[in-house]
Design a protein around this ligand. Structure first.
Ligand SMILES: [Zn+2]
Length: 309
């Protein structure tokens, strides 16, 4: 039995997967807003209480909104800033008396969809989470590709490709310190901000999409610009990795028009003379991050009772 834990800024979710990816337990608690130590204790308590309910000891994988530095072994790039600079994998392993695995949440999403989700038979998968931010992950043959600095897939902080003069002139500041990152143009908050600048109206992303569907000229123009920017950004992934499938997750993946608007535009911008790339919606929705954390331990490893390799 494998436990996956998804650590977010407001909630910690746990899920148990039996063989074949069958879900047997799922719970969530509020993330402690106190110290780092409180967070470690809360995760350990959640694992122990789940194991008590399941009646067995399990493997544990954890998804976090950040990465473990390959150089220092400490958490970096986390928007949950309490984690930064701590050896979370070591501290949690000590608290649980076992080896645990930690992975970036976008990598967990990609692993989940690659393992038993929307692209389970695809050798090379690029997963995109587009919501509050824009992140990504890479899975090759069902394994997460971390890269030598644990930042593989962090394409949301590349600059928007092929920018117009206006996009250069109005490149938004990004929290990472750069200007004009893909995330600062294509995230949910960016969509809302740009629509407000154009229309003077405050609308949620679903409201903007609905207004476009009803023929609202400003919303149509705005969504057209969004599809074009998103397609330019995805085209760079195609030119570098040429994945068999690109799977979309996060709140923006619920925009159904993406799946017919993006492929021809990506084909136009990418160096792909043999047809459009396959862009699909995720299978597991909000569960994908926590499922991917559980998949950090393979079924073969759990069956053998030891890590492979
Ligand atoms: Zn950035």
């Amino acid at each position: 039995m494998r436990l996956g834990v998804d650590l977010g800024g407001t909630k910690i979710e746990i899920l148990a997967l039996a063989s074949g990816g069958h879900q047997v337990l799922r719970e969530r608690i509020a993330t402690p807003q106190g110290s780092y130590e409180d967070i470690v204790r809360a995760i350990a308590d959640l694992v122990h209480s789940s194991e008590k309910k399941l009646g067995r000891k399990c493997s544990v994988g954890l998804g976090i909104p950040g990465a473990i530095s390959s150089k220092s072994g400490l958490v970096k790039n986390a928007n949950s800033t309490k984690l930064i600079g701590h050896a979370l994998d070591k501290d949690l392993s000590a608290a649980l008396h076992r080896l645990i695995r930690i992975e970036n949440d976008a990598n967990c999403f990609t692993l989940s969809e690659s393992s038993d989700g929307a692209c389970r038979d695809a050798p090379a998968v690029f997963g995109i989470i587009a919501g509050t931010g824009v992140g990504g992950g890479v899975c090759i043959e069902g394994q997460v590709l971390r890269g030598s600095h644990n930042v593989a897939g962090e394409w949301g902080h590349n600059p928007l490709p092929r920018p117009s003069l206006a996009e250069v002139e109005h490149a938004p500041d990004c929290y990472c310190g750069q200007k004009g990152c893909i995330e600062s143009w294509c995230s949910g908050p960016a969509l809302m901000r740009l629509y407000k600048a154009q229309s003077g109206l405050t609308k949620s992303v679903p409201q903007i999409v609905e207004a476009a569907a009803h023929g609202d000229a400003i919303a149509l123009d705005h969504m057209e610009a969004f599809y074009d920017r998103f397609a330019r950004s995805i085209a760079t992934i195609v030119n570098v990795l040429d994945p068999d499938v690109i799977v979309l997750g996060g709140g923006l993946s619920n925009i159904e028009a993406l799946y017919h608007e993006l492929p021809p535009r990506v084909e136009h911008y990418a160096f792909t003379p043999e047809g459009p790339s396959k862009i699909v919606k995720n299978r597991h929705g909000d569960s994908s991050g926590v499922r991917g954390a559980a998949w950090l331990w393979g079924e073969d490893e759990v069956a053998l009772g030891r890590p492979r390799g």
